[in-house]
Design a protein around this ligand. Structure first.
Ligand code: URA
Length: 236
């Protein structure tokens, strides 16, 4: 890989900035100064340093965000704030994108990565990756709803959902529940409750496959996945 590409991918500025940096003689590969921006290095095996500091090369980034309400799950938008806008520049430079969508008003676990292959696996309808949500429901959620969700309910467009697990945490005029679904239709949880004449008034995603929301993350905060989480996610 060209040294200028590596350095600009790792956040050392534009190709032009990197060219200047190289000219200044502060970049070394295996202790030899590199000044030519066209020179190639092996990003995995060569030790590249800038001002004596080792440049850790990585191709992919994996972030867990506790998505706040009011931002949209997109990479860019002319009007709305996006989850990518909430990232530090050092993470934005990887061009990450959210894996699937949470509605603007939905909170909770959102995976953000630039690993298209992993995203594809998690989103593929064939893989039935489970997603668990906590929700507050206007209306009394009953055992009849638990049974209906287990069988599958018919949404407003005629689609019959796959079996979903519904657990009632608190039943009343405002109920609290947890629901696990294995598909990801548009507004799925909200539409499933509409199918049983109830309304979701708060929705938070708690998990996606083996990945659980880190409850120490405040709304809008994020962190890189641990190696353990990444292994679980990749089924290693
Ligand atoms: N189901 C919904 O209705 N909204 C979400 O954001 C996620 C699942």
């Amino acid at each position: 890989m060209r040294i200028d590409k590596l350095l600009s991918n790792m956040g050392y500025g534009s190709r032009k900035d990197v060219k200047k940096l190289l000219k200044s003689g502060t970049v070394k590969a295996n202790d030899e100064v590199i000044k030519d921006s066209k020179e190639h290095v092996d990003p995995v095996n060569d030790v590249v340093t800038v001002h004596g500091e080792v440049v850790e090369y990585k191709e992919f980034i994996y972030l867990m965000m506790n998505k706040p309400p009011g931002v949209i799950s997109a990479t860019e938008d002319n009007v709305e704030e996006t989850v990518i806008d909430l990232l530090e520049m050092e993470h934005q430079i990887f061009n990450p994108f959210p894996v699937g969508r949470l509605d603007k008003d939905t909170e909770g676990l959102l995976l953000i990565t630039n690993d298209g292959q992993l995203a594809h696996q998690l989103l593929s309808p064939k893989k039935h990756v489970s997603k668990t949500y906590y929700a507050v429901i206007e209306g009394e959620v009953t055992e009849a709803d638990v049974k209906a969700f287990k069988r599958g309910v018919v949404l407003d467009d005629g689609y019959e959902t796959m079996p979903a697990e519904l657990e009632i945490i608190k039943s009343g005029l405002r109920s609290e529940i947890e629901i696990t679904i294995v598909e990801g239709k548009f507004h799925q949880v909200k539409r499933m409750f509409e199918a049983v004449q109830k309304r979701v008034v708060y929705l938070q995603r708690l998990s996606m496959g083996p990945l659980n929301l880190d409850e120490t993350l405040e709304l809008g905060e994020y962190r890189e996945l641990t190696d353990e989480e990444l292994d679980l996610l990749k089924g290693r």
